[in-house]
Design a protein around this ligand. Structure first.
Ligand SMILES: [Zn+2]
Length: 140
């Protein structure tokens, strides 16, 4: 799943969580849950899409954090960070040649993916609905 969609789901989870620690933990859980839902994935174009998606996701995270009311900003940010944390293995492998996580966790993370190169339109729909939900729930 695109990291931008993990950012959106993490923001929603963070807005609904009682505090930053639970928001982070629920964000991580939301990541693995969404990875089991059929989504876009394409070995041939992964890196090109991942660079654009990473930048869009980072911009979304910054914009959401900056526009979230101060009373809920910490838990929204924690939810987004938790929701993105499991995918830090990808840039880590590119830049440092290895994942920061145990091999068994990475193997399981790869096994739960249900990817197809034909599902990019679905990712765009999920991102759009996510942005609308974030605007309503997070920014109030
Ligand atoms: Zn993942």
């Amino acid at each position: 799943m695109l990291i931008t969609n993990h950012v959106m789901s993490g923001a929603v989870v963070g807005a609904l969580a009682p505090g930053p620690v639970s928001a982070f933990v629920l964000g991580v859980a939301s990541h693995f849950t969404l990875d089991t839902v059929p989504h876009w994935g394409d070995e041939a174009t992964f890196l090109q899409v991942a660079v654009v998606d990473g930048l869009v996701g980072l911009a979304a995270m910054g914009t959401i954090a900056a526009t979230t009311p101060p009373d809920r900003r910490a838990r929204v940010l924690a939810g987004m960070l938790g929701a993105c944390a499991p995918d830090t293995d990808k840039p880590s492998e590119v830049f440092f040649g290895r994942s920061p996580f145990p091999e068994a966790l990475d193997a399981w993370h790869k096994r739960i993916q249900r990817e197809s190169p034909r599902r990019m339109p679905q990712e765009v729909v999920v991102a759009t609905l996510g942005a609308l939900l974030v605007r309503r729930l997070v920014r109030g």
